[in-house]
Design a protein around this ligand. Sequence first.
Ligand SMILES: [Zn+2]
Ligand SMILES: [Zn+2]
Length: 348
Amino acid sequence: MVETYKCKGCGAPIEFDGSHGELVCEYCGTHMSVSEMEQSGEKYDSQVEDDTVENDEKIDVDGYKCQSCGAELITDDKTTATVCSFCGSSAVIKGRLTGQTMPAKIVPFTVTKDKAQDIFKSWCKKGVFTPSMFKKSSFVESMSGIYVPFWLYDYDAGCHMEAHATKVRHHREGDYEVTHTDHFRVVREGDAEFRLIPADASEKMPDDVMDLLEPYNYTDLKDFQMPYLSGFLSEKYSYDSKQMAPRAERRVRDYIFRETRNTIGGYSSVNITGSSTRLRKKAAVYTLLPVWMITYRYKGENKILAINGQTGKQVGTLPRSKEKILAWFGGIFAGVFAILMMLGGFVG
Ligand SMILES: [Zn+2]
Ligand SMILES: [Zn+2]
């Protein structure tokens, strides 16, 4: 569950700042401890008006359930899954998944499997520390094309903001330096429409990988048809549109707050004294986005290499083989070690 807290100083969305160990407002600098925030309970969630109509069209589909990580993979009856796209396990069991919610929209794959393989291969060749496993064609062929479930939200939003601002002028009168300060009460009222704000509805797909794969171009958004899944897998969504809405709302509130704040300019100082944001959710559209991916285990960890199936953008980290790293940095370490020894000698 994503909660958006509200700054007690200026009303902006406020975030936990790990370096301070408390919540810090980036607009007015207010610090609030976690317990203080919890007690004041200033959140945005309850203020959102909801105009969305739930799409509850259900379909029965062929699918696979991974016995290893629990992923539920959906596909058409002509496509088979031999390994799980998320953990690489071959313990996938075929079944009939009944009553799945029908996706409403889809961005179809435009990067073909051949093209994706070429991208993986050239990427691996470039890597200075790439282990030999990446150079085997069988490994590259094990990649799967998967549609990741997303919610795309539409909002109408508004922001009311009040601020105290000053303009300061200096001039000389004989021997005196005179400072003249004008005070202003500034009021701003803004409205904006937000369309297709994405939030990843998959539990298995790491959020950071998905964030890096963005952006998708939504002008290619098509009405969902089952044949789009032919040859590809899709993950069943783990979070419904209500669960993911706070994440999209946070982006919308941040954006409209920032844009409203940016209209207040030309002053010596600006101090936001209060604000409120209004949100009306207009739509939440269940959408599938295309990703080519390979998962593998390296030093006991599951790793993912992924390619945006629409744009070809690549995300992921290649493992660096230890021997090559040591050879590479050996000279530097030796130099640093010598200097540290010398310093130690002086201090001791
Ligand atoms: Zn603030
Ligand atoms: Zn799995």
